[in-house]
Design a protein around this ligand. Sequence first.
Ligand code: ASP
Length: 327
Amino acid sequence: MKKILAFALTAAVSAGAFAQEFPAKPITIVVPFAAGGPTDLVARQLAEAMRKPLGGVNIVVENAAGAGGTIGATKVARAAPDGYTVLVWHIGMAATTSLYRKQAFQPLEDFEFLGMINDVPMTLLGAPKLPANTYRDFENYIRANGGKLNLAHAGLGSASHLCGLMWQSAMKLDKSMTTIAYRGTGPAMNDLIGGQVDVMCDQTTNTTSQIEAGRVKAFAVTTAKPLSNHRLLKDYPSLQEMGLKNFNLTIWHGMYAPKGTPAAVTKKLNDALVVALKDPEFIKRQEQLGAMVVTDNRMTPAGHRNFVAAEVTKLKGVIDAAGQFAD
Ligand code: ASP
């Protein structure tokens, strides 16, 4: 008994000492999509903004892409729970449990929630060669040619996949487009620009600069109402306005640590996250990309967890209604 007590005391003291000196080496943020894509961009801006509040430690972004984000998420769920490996992921955290019958992790059980980051609307895009210039023409063109067109996405459970699934289901197409999975919408965007694929629904964090440069055609936004305050996207209609009843999709990002990471460490990470999210420079950079930093209540671990739990339930309904889970 004495021995067990002594062991427990030593363990508690060393966990405390460990938490005190955290971070003592570089932290890795795992992004479960390809470099140069929308989630990668959010994570890199965040890594920069969190560095100072974490005492100037190096924060490295590692892209562990594939399977709609589930490969990178699995990697973090299985990493040592010491705060040195964390995940930045989006709505896929809540969607993939309904899409994958066999998943190596459970979102609400296998992670510590560190806080949410932002909300990001999406944009419906076409290759520059498409003959349509308005959303109405675009939809008519897809109805007439659906079977011959390719829709790019970042893998089963990615935001672009989810958006394509919901959009095609809302349009009630006779013939669905063929979907092409990439390791992220960064590489998918190159093929859309080149015309190797025809259509994509992607996060504004990735689309804004391409639309501005005229490299792709934009047709609509996925939010319930148009983005009337967005410098570039304000003139595009929402899908609801275009007759797709109740269509409303805004994706979000959050930060996670493996389950079992000591509370003192998750607190340090959350504190640094909150400082970053309130940094005017970070807020400005996010706004330029069309992303909105979350409100204070969603920056907390509890607010984050509650939000994701509600999204798991909501998305199960949406995915079941769309009725197709695999490519
Ligand atoms: N966020 C993904 C990426 O960074 C794309 C997606 O989810 O559709 O590539």
